[in-house]
Design a protein around this ligand. Structure first.
Ligand SMILES: *[C@@H]1O[C@H](CO)[C@@H](O)[C@H](O)[C@H]1NC(C)=O
Ligand SMILES: *[C@@H]1O[C@H](CO)[C@@H](O)[C@H](O)[C@H]1NC(C)=O
Ligand SMILES: *[C@@H]1O[C@H](CO)[C@@H](O)[C@H](O)[C@H]1NC(C)=O
Ligand SMILES: *[C@@H]1O[C@H](CO)[C@@H](O)[C@H](O)[C@H]1NC(C)=O
Ligand SMILES: *[C@@H]1O[C@H](CO)[C@@H](O)[C@H](O)[C@H]1NC(C)=O
Length: 429
């Protein structure tokens, strides 16, 4: 299974422990709240992941919403999710590309990802644009996004990478909403951004494994003490009911380099009844539990489901041929080599996702961001981050081996591209 990874047991463990410590702090900022919204929206389109769906539905102009019509009029290219593979392409440098927000203009960014505020001086990483080989991605438009989600709830569910994608989307749209017409209700596990005039919400629900674990809310820093209930998801999933657009992810928490203590079946033996499984095996059980929940609780006529694939970590500079480097520290250019794939993206996990999702009854659209993000060794928070709620000290910054965060991404940054892809799909709702 996969290629041997000699440093695996050592390096990821310490780093992930560090990341989880910062997560622990962030998680404490939240208190649980349940939105009282319910959905009455009907999606008219068959979701695009369903490869067997008749193609005409996408081209049937009668059914295209107002936003998409504007878009079609403004742009020569009709993005077709079934025909364009977004993961094949290249990053193109263009200084006239400016992010739609900054960590000073957007009030909703966590300190963890506010690289400029945290002292990052080089700015090239903000001017790369993903250009797919097969098609041209529509430019992200905040107003059109809000129109597409009008009267709807959009919820991101997953880990801190998913929280980054959520924050990116909130920041991408919030500047077009006047003061007083938007609100942010922060909870421990569930946070809701609301665009009042559009009666739309962009929410984040914290569930780092999607399935239940003993480390969901009160985070256990020591991965050896974590136990996953790989067949239980209801405690989290009850908060996903009635949401119109669900965007899931789960990956990095499974990658502690250890076997995963997994519980399933009757819990008669209590927490001691776990079995230690290979990460990919445990992941498969967990993802199947999630898939079963989606298949039996989601009405695909009402709810659109997305799944964001692995966000690559860049802990081994040898992966991209920088033998003297220290993780992603001091990297300022993306990897050029076509199809570059490092040890931070586990192919076994990718094939579990492909296998489980393809067998689902409810069509799930994959936001396959792994390959395009693999190139972006230059775009992580690195030393421009915080630890335990405090900016890294000068001493810590001088010790990137221990302190550089090569898991999370600066914002604005790569997750904005993930949302550009999500946006391209939303145009077809
Ligand atoms: C750079 O981006 C601008 C704005 O989108 C565009 O007009 C221009 O053609 C791009 N330049 C290149 C070389 O792609
Ligand atoms: C707002 O949206 C929710 C669904 O998200 C819906 O239940 C509610 O009726 C809407 N309210 C108005 C005033 O349109
Ligand atoms: C979804 O809509 C189709 C066509 O209108 C209908 O045949 C199907 O039963 C609906 N599915 C559900 C779960 O309501
Ligand atoms: C970072 O890289 C630059 C060259 O790209 C080099 O001059 C500088 O010494 C490096 N900084 C550290 C701390 O390694
Ligand atoms: C995502 O894209 C990568 C690279 O192109 C590919 O290897 C992988 O199979 C894709 N993942 C899924 C789940 O389809």
């Amino acid at each position: 299974m996969g290629t041997p990874k000699p440093s695996r047991g050592k390096v990821p463990l310490s780093i992930i422990t560090f990341v989880f410590c910062s997560l622990a702090f962030l998680a404490l900022l939240y208190t649980e709240r349940i939105s009282s919204f319910s959905s009455s929206t009907i999606f008219r389109f068959k979701p695009c992941a369903n490869k067997n769906a008749p193609k005409k539905s996408f081209k049937d102009k009668k059914n295209v919403g107002a936003g998409a019509l504007n878009y079609a009029a403004d742009d020569r290219f009709v993005f077709d999710p079934e025909e364009c593979t977004l993961d094949r392409g290249k990053w193109v440098f263009n200084t006239s590309i400016k992010p739609l927000y900054s960590d000073r203009t957007c009030p909703y960014l966590d300190r963890q990802v506010s690289c400029v505020k945290n002292g990052r001086l080089d700015s090239d990483y903000r001017h790369w644009e993903w250009q797919p080989d097969d098609c041209i991605l529509p430019r992200f438009d905040p107003k059109t996004t809000l129109q597409k989600i009008q009267g709807k709830r959009l919820m991101f569910v997953g880990d801190s990478l998913q929280r980054g994608q959520w924050q990116s989307l909130v920041c991408l749209v919030e500047s077009v909403i006047p003061e007083g017409k938007k609100s942010m209700k922060r909870g421990r596990t569930h946070t809701i951004f609301k665009a009042k005039e559009y009666n739309a919400t962009i929410e984040f629900y914290w569930a780092p494994f999607l399935v239940e674990s003993n480390t969901d809310v009160h985070i256990i820093a020591d991965p050896k003490k974590r136990i996953l209930k790989v067949d239980s998801v209801d405690k989290h999933a009850k908060h996903w009911i009635g949401v119109d657009i669900l965007v899931f992810n789960t990956y990095v928490w499974w990658m502690s380099g250890l076997k995963i203590k997994s519980l399933w079946g009757s819990f008669a033996n209590g927490e001691e009844g776990y079995e230690e499984l290979d990460a990919a095996v445990s992941y498969k059980l967990g993802l199947k539990t999630w898939a079963n929940w989606v298949d039996s609780n989601v009405n695909p006529n009402k709810t659109k489901v997305f799944f964001t694939t692995m966000s690559p970590t860049h802990q081994r500079s040898a992966d991209w041929g920088n033998e003297k480097g220290i993780k992603c520290f001091n990297e300022t250019r993306p990897v050029k080599k076509k199809r570059h794939w490092g040890t931070g993206s586990d192919k076994r996990i990718m094939s579990v996702v492909a296998g489980v999702v393809s067998r689902m009854k409810v069509p799930v659209t994959l936001l396959n961001i792994t390959q395009l993000s693999e190139y972006r060794i230059d775009a992580h928070s690195s030393i421009y981050t915080e630890l335990g709620g405090k900016l890294l000290t000068e001493e810590e910054k001088e010790d990137p081996l221990h302190y550089a965060d090569c898991i999370h991404w600066c914002l604005p940054g790569v997750p904005d591209t993930w949302n550009r892809i999500l946006y391209a799909h939303l145009l077809f709702l």
